[in-house]
Design a protein around this ligand. Structure first.
Ligand SMILES: [Zn+2]
Ligand SMILES: [Zn+2]
Length: 130
């Protein structure tokens, strides 16, 4: 399951008995906030997650923020057959493309997304604001 760290808040006394909704570990450190979306929906109890899963979610979010489209140019990326580790953007698939300038490596799926974004930007006529 995917976790948005912003939806979670530290448990007052530091920890609680789990299981973690994400990895199933015994002790948890964060619980789900009461958001407007949750208030609108049918009542259910808070999901609880451990600090490990919370930190992992934060890291994944930070990585994707750093990789906002435009920071890497897919046209300059080169396909690498060596092991580049996991994709810096989605952090799930194996990276096969590398940006020579930044050294950022991404997977085929993210590369396709970036290429499409790049192509779409040419004909953008402004979003008109709100
Ligand atoms: Zn966990
Ligand atoms: Zn990816």
């Amino acid at each position: 399951m995917s976790i948005r760290s912003a939806d979670y808040t530290p448990i007052d006394r530091g920890f609680d008995s789990g299981p973690c909704a994400c990895c199933g570990t015994k002790w948890v450190n964060y619980q789900e906030r009461m958001t407007h979306a949750r208030l609108a929906g049918p009542p259910r109890s808070n999901l609880k997650i451990c600090s490990k899963c919370y930190e992992a979610a934060k890291r994944a979010e930070a990585a994707s923020f750093r990789m906002l489209p435009g920071m890497v140019n897919p046209a300059l990326m080169t396909r690498i057959s060596a092991d580049l580790g996991k994709c810096r953007l989605c952090n799930t698939q194996r990276a096969v493309w590398k940006d020579p300038g930044s050294g950022i490596a991404i997977c085929e799926t993210c590369y396709q997304h970036l290429s499409q974004d790049e192509g779409a930007r040419g004909g953008v006529s402004g979003d008109g604001g709100f």
